[in-house]
Structure formats: C-alpha cells, structure tokens
Design a protein. Structure first.
Length: 116
C-alpha cells in the first residue's frame, strides 16, 4: 500500500464542487448582485432622468432600451475593472482604497454643505 492509497491522504485532497454546489453558488451570487443593484438604483438620478425622458419623448420602449444598454455598458466596465484589479491588488488594499475614497467624497460633500 502506498501513501497515495491510504484513506488519510485521500481525505486531504480537495474535491471539486459538485454541480449542485456550483448551481447554489451561481444563484446566490446572482441574487445578491441583482438585489444590491436594484435597491441601489431605486430613486437615484438615473431613474429620475429616465422617467423624465420617457415622459417627454412619449416613446417609453426606446427610452427603456437606451437606459438598459447604458446600464449594461456601465456594469460591464465595472465588472471588467473589478476583475482586473482583483488580479493585481489584495482585497484588504481594495477595501482600504474604497474606504478612503468614500471618506474623501463624504468630507467634500460635508464641506460643501457647511461652507455654502
């Protein structure tokens, strides 16, 4: 009996996820992404602009198509940039950079409100 045949060594070999586990991972990722984007976009300036353009143009399906393609394009840019960054920057560095960026924007907005 070799070392590779022992029950102890075979239990340490990582097994690929089953099709059922991959399917659950897909739907969990899809649903969390959809919900986050859906809630973030509700009532924002993009939705208000789309509402106004549809009301003025009287062509709601053309406005829908244009808005949908624009959201797809901006999402694609975000996904590709995020994927590219994930290969070059650690998650901790990404978290710190995002925190610093959001803090800077918050300070600038607060400064604008206080000083106006």
């Amino acid at each position: 009996m070799t070392l590779t045949d022992s029950p102890e060594s075979s239990s340490k070999v990582p097994q690929p996820p089953s099709p059922q586990q991959r399917n659950v991972g897909f739907w969990a990722t899809f649903n969390s992404t959809f919900l986050a984007i859906f809630l973030a976009e509700m009532g924002d300036k993009t939705q208000l602009a789309t509402l106004l353009i549809a009301a003025e143009s009287h062509s709601p399906w053309i406005v829908f198509a244009g808005a949908a393609l624009a959201l797809i394009a901006t999402s694609l840019i975000g996904v590709l940039l995020g994927y590219w960054l994930s290969k070059r920057v650690s998650p901790k560095t990404m978290d710190l950079a995002a925190a610093a960026l959001l803090m800077s924007v918050s300070i600038l907005l607060l400064w604008d409100v206080v000083c106006s």
